[in-house]
Design a protein around this ligand. Structure first.
Ligand code: ADP
Ligand code: ZN
Length: 721
């Protein structure tokens, strides 16, 4: 009797056993189709001894229906899936789903029908067709994808197909990618770069698990350096995964990769077209996609011959996923390298404290690049005390910063103003009655966006047009903007320097890779004098003529006081400072603050990173915070306030009493209403040595809640709201 256990993609079901029919060959990792009641589901054959199963007798087993035409998931990936489910307290099926992330790919290669404009234009057009014509220029995709891009219904597009305005194109989803050439354009490395590269190359050749912390100042050439390790993996016939924190960074990475290796790498992120997704997934699985650069979800791709993982800007908090399976891609990358027995490189100019600690304790090998490449110097950093150098009334830029901006413009150099706040103003109120515009679904203010003329909630996406009168007192034209956002700073620059060409750069303006490319192009061609941006512009970009960076409000990130506030502020400001003076011309950084003596500001001004990290480390040790102690957050939510409160209370009531484990709460979460759900929170703090996950699992598993209640556990949380 040939009986197998399968992990099926239904989080509510445990693993199920099936019979393997005569003539069918499966092994652990095989992706199969199985019957479930009247339906068919996809599953993965798993080692029975690793999954608790059911006791269905052999005679009652139903046969598997088919094996899908993809390579079986390899053991290292299966171990990673188990580890993630266990560590992040997530259903196995939910984690495994992330590995089988293209349904189409599982069904085989073949062709996809896409459409593109023919250039044919009837004399008379409906407004919708006109809109589609406008927006589909240079686009190709399935009807559904094009409908999304054009903002019209699929029926409109089908009409356009019939009218000959759109034509079908058959796309072969198995066509091969061009292969990168490790010797295409080899750089001459500096001595320090060469030494660091040699260590990584050696590890790649040894095909061993070795974690590296590539710790180099901004502009030291970390990318060039890890490219050598990447070349070594290519020479050895292996595949490489490079994780980037933000899709917006991909464009400049692709350019550099192409310059070094002759072709662009394969990309993987959530906005891929389905045909590209299918192609990438399959070629990764068959080993033909050699280098994949992607967002965190690329970590679960089924590489056939992985030889190296690189996590660039490894300190970035966007590697933490905050919904679904709440994992930290940086940590999962290290675990994947461990299971695959390959080196992993965490590259950063401002490593996370956790990573530095791992290096200090000898678990990671630290590779240091202390100098900028090519003799460029690190910028001068100066602090502007806003209490002494006050901006004019209703303005946010202090006299010394204004003067520095004027000088740059006169010299034809570029400036960058950093403020990590999208939109025009974070709060809007009525000047007559004081009414504050608030989101109906979240405990948050609506943020005014003038460029797109709307008030928007940054948590749930709720939007309203700017009202012409106060909803409370009815006063017309009553709105007052409180506080600055990037758009307001851009307006201020336009008033001070009317001739300057100003660009606002945020996730609202760089909405696609194409927009990001356009921005890079314009900035490189010096068609922009002043960039005003959020954290999106703090990393990756390299503009030789950018010589001034102004930090509009260095204190902003320190408010709220979460565990990593100081560290994050340090990282953000050090990173954005790193955009200045990257070539021959020296850079200057001006930091506006009301707390010039705060430890993080002093560390930035003096460039004494080590002292800052040492002080932070001590503070964390005191607080039993990571990397010394561990945290987990339990978030209980429901659309019904009382129901959420009750459930949270029930959890609190059965909290285990353990030495080494401290439980705070339940209490209303700081963001007590989010997307219409009321939220309560418990925080668990434990010693490193405690089996935190087991404690939480045994605590929560017996509890039952009403249907509308959701209980989410966030292990190693980054967000404390
Ligand atoms: P980081 O990622 O450390 O901030 P980059 O890798 O962006 O630094 O390097 C900064 C600049 O110096 C880039 O323009 C890069 O191409 C250049 N550079 C670095 N190392 C070399 C090298 N060995 N040869 C040529 N150019 C280099
Ligand atoms: Zn909202």
């Amino acid at each position: 009797m040939n009986r197998v256990r399968c992990l099926v993609f239904n989080a509510a079901l445990g693993p199920l056993d099936y019979r393997v029919p005569e003539g069918m060959a499966v092994e652990p990792g095989s992706v199969v189709v199985a019957p479930l009641g009247p339906r068919q589901i996809v599953g993965v054959v798993w080692e029975a001894e690793r999954l608790p199963g059911t006791e269905v007798p052999d005679s009652k087993l139903r046969p598997l229906l088919s094996v899908l035409p993809v390579p079986p998931l390899r053991a290292p990936l299966r171990r990673l899936i188990e580890w993630c489910a266990d560590y992040y307290l997530a259903p196995l099926a939910a984690v495994a789903r992330m590995a089988l992330s293209s349904n189409a790919a599982l069904r085989g290669g073949g062709t996809v029908t896409e459409y593109r404009l023919t250039g044919e234009e009837p004399a008379r057009l409906t407004p919708q067709r006109l809109q589609a014509l406008d927006l589909l220029h240079d686009q190709q995709g399935t009807v559904r994808e094009l409908a999304e891009i054009a903002g019209v219904s699929e029926a409109v597009l089908r009409g356009m197909v019939n009218a000959g305005m759109l034509e079908a194109v058959l796309v072969d989803s198995d066509r091969p990618y061009p292969q990168p050439d490790p010797r295409h354009a080899e750089p001459e490395l500096s001595e320090g770069q060469a030494a660091a590269a040699a260590r990584m190359v050696e590890a790649v050749r040894a095909h061993e698990f070795r974690p590296f912390l590539l710790d180099g100042v901004t502009g030291s050439g970390k990318t060039e350096t890890y490219f050598e390790a990447l070349a070594a993996a290519l020479e050895a016939g292996q595949q490489v995964l490079v994780l980037l924190p933000e899709i917006a960074l991909t464009e400049s990475f692709l350019k550099r990769f192409e310059a070094r290796f002759g072709v662009t790498p394969v990309t993987w992120h959530s906005s891929l077209k389905s045909s590209e997704r299918r192609r990438a997934w399959r070629q990764v699985a068959f080993g033909d996609a050699r280098v994949v650069v992607g967002a965190r979800s690329a970590l679960f791709l089924p590489f056939a011959r992985l030889g190296l993982i690189v996590v660039d800007e490894a300190h970035e908090i966007s590697f933490k996923q905050d919904d679904g399976v709440r994992y930290n891609a940086r940590d999962v990358a290290v675990m994947r390298a461990h299971f695959e027995k390959v080196p992993v490189v965490l590259a950063s100019a401002t490593p996370a404290l956790e990573s530095l600690q791992m290096a200090e304790s000898g678990r990671y090998e630290r590779l240091i690049l202390p100098d900028r490449f090519g003799g460029a110097t690190l910028p001068d950093i100066e602090v502007i005390d806003l209490r002494e150098q006050q901006p004019a009334r209703g303005r946010w830029l202090s006299p010394p910063l204004v003067k520095a901006l004027e000088e740059r413009l006169a010299r034809g150099e570029q400036s960058l103003l950093f403020l990590n706040r999208r939109g025009y103003a974070p709060l809007t109120l009525c000047r007559t009655c004081g009414y504050r515009f608030q989101c109906p679904n979240c405990s948050a203010w609506l943020v005014e966006h003038r460029l797109s003329r709307r008030l928007a909630c940054h948590h749930c996406g709720h939007e309203v047009p700017p009202p012409d009168k106060c909803p409370e007192c009815g006063e017309p034209d009553c709105m007052v903007a409180c506080g600055p956002g990037v758009e307001r700073i851009a307006d201020e620059v336009a008033e001070i320097l009317p001739e300057a060409r100003v660009a606002v750069v945020t996730s609202d303006t760089l909405t696609s890779p194409a927009k990001a490319a356009e921005f890079v192009e314009q900035a490189s061609a010096k068609a922009i004098d002043v960039i005003v941006g959020t954290q999106l512009v703090t990393k990756g970009f390299h503009f030789p003529d950018l010589t001034l960076v102004g930090v509009v409000d260095a204190d902003m990130g320190l408010e709220g006081g979460d565990l990593r506030a100081a560290e994050r502020t340090y990282q953000q400001i050090a990173q954005v400072a790193g955009r200045a003076g990257r070539a021959e011309k020296p850079g200057e950084v001006l930091i506006q603050t009301r707390h010039p003596t705060a430890a993080v500001i002093e560390a930035l001004a003096s460039g004494d990173r080590d002292a800052f990290y040492a002080a932070e480390t001590e503070a964390r040790r005191e607080a039993n915070a990571p990397p010394f102690g561990r945290w987990a957050a339990i978030i209980v939510s429901s659309e019904d306030e009382a129901e959420a409160r009750e459930a949270a209370r029930a959890i609190g009531g059965t909290a285990p009493r353990l030495r080494d484990v401290m439980i705070l709460g339940p209490a209303p979460a700081p963001l007590s209403l989010l997307r219409g759900r009321h939220r309560y929170r418990l925080l668990v703090n434990a010693r490193r040595s405690t089996e935190l996950q087991r404690v939480i699992r045994e605590w929560l598993e017996p509890l039952r809640f009403p249907q509308g209640v959701r209980v989410a556990v966030d292990v190693d949380p980054y967000s404390f709201v």
